[in-house]
Write a protein that binds this ligand. Structure first.
Ligand SMILES: [Zn+2]
Length: 336
């Protein structure tokens, strides 16, 4: 083995929450924390981390890689949608945590205490829940300090996903890390309570691209991250283009919610480009009466949408991102 592996537990005041693996290379370098399973049914990230450790053990890495495949273990085993079953709270709305709060708040506190002090960078893997479908895209925090936001944004641009999205959230695992000065990203892929070998392959590729960006590994021997790099290098030769040009940025996302309980008929798919006026879907009452026909207010891309037939008032309906024209990245500021 070229890299050493050690198991550890996330626990605080004698209370156990979840387990992780710490892989330390022979050479010094950054510490990258990668988490999944904050939401227990978002399987692409979870399944990716179950096998990623074995891949990395065969390689030489600089620094340290910390993996937690299932942050919310009870939610995973019970198949809970979005929440920690003990108290029904969404962990990704519970940061900063509270050691004196209910189980979810204590879990958040334990994660902060055990992970944040070690992390030079944090990547949290998500996807659509079993009632949603998401296109592959990456969130970065737009409301951390300038250096942290720009470092996160530059890291996002190193991943071979077509869209990076600015987020104003502050109370999730990755967004709170950003608030506390740790560059971080949230990667979305898949949904519907499903996962596939192809999605796992793509997700692993993204983690490797981030590790290359952080100087933890060399370019992928299989050439997978090279393909994207080569594309970028070719683009750099063209004076009219800039780094990150292949990836589009979203600064404004419309998060639609259902106004009433109803029966939902979506007309879109994840990743679909919409023009202003295109129909997103229709919501009906049980008696067949139309409650509302949703149309895109402006051109955008469907980042994720709800696939469920029965929906409740207040549930998320879809997220439609407005694609910006290509924005330059600041080359030096805040490099992690
Ligand atoms: Zn999630």
């Amino acid at each position: 083995m070229k890299t050493e592996k050690k198991k550890f537990s996330i626990e605080i005041s004698g209370e156990f929450f979840c387990q992780g693996m710490e892989m330390t290379g022979k050479n010094p370098g950054k510490t990258l924390v990668v988490t999944a399973g904050v939401h227990g049914r978002e399987y692409v990230g979870i399944q990716t981390l179950f096998t990623f450790a074995e891949d990395i053990l065969r390689e030489e890495i600089n620094g340290r890689l910390i993996l937690i495949p299932v942050v919310n273990e009870e939610g995973f085993y019970q198949g809970s949608r979005q929440i920690v079953p003990a108290d029904g709270i969404n962990l990704n709305r519970a940061f900063p945590g509270d050691i004196h709060g209910t189980r979810t708040w204590r879990l958040a506190a334990a994660l902060e205490t055990c992970l944040y002090p070690k992390a030079d960078f944090l990547l949290d893997l998500h996807g659509g829940d079993d009632n949603e479908m998401a296109m592959p895209f990456v969130y970065f925090s737009a409301c951390a300090g300038t250096g942290v936001t720009e470092a996160s944004r530059r890291a996002a641009s190193s991943l071979s996903v077509s869209v990076r999205t600015a987020s104003s959230a502050r109370n999730g695992l990755y967004s709170q890390a950003a608030q506390q000065g740790i560059p971080s990203l949230l990667l979305e892929r898949g949904g519907g309570g499903l996962w596939s070998a192809e999605e796992i392959k793509e997700c692993k590729k993204n983690i490797r691209e981030l590790m290359v960006h952080l100087g933890m590994i060399q370019e992928d021997e299989k050439g997978e991250s090279k393909t994207w790099k080569n594309k970028r290098n070719i683009a750099r030769k063209d004076k009219e283009t800039e780094a990150g040009k292949e990836q589009r940025e979203i600064l404004h996302t419309e998060y639609l919610k259902f106004p009433a309980d109803g029966i939902w008929y979506p007309s879109v798919t994840a990743g679909q480009h919409l023009k202003a006026g295109d129909i997103i879907g229709e919501l009906y009452r049980m008696d067949g009466e139309l409650i509302h026909r949703y149309k895109a207010k402006q051109a955008g891309i469907v980042l994720y949408y709800t696939t469920a037939s029965g929906v409740r008032a207040g549930d998320g309906l879809a997220a439609i991102g407005k694609l910006e024209s290509h924005l330059p990245l600041k080359e030096r500021e805040g490099t992690p």
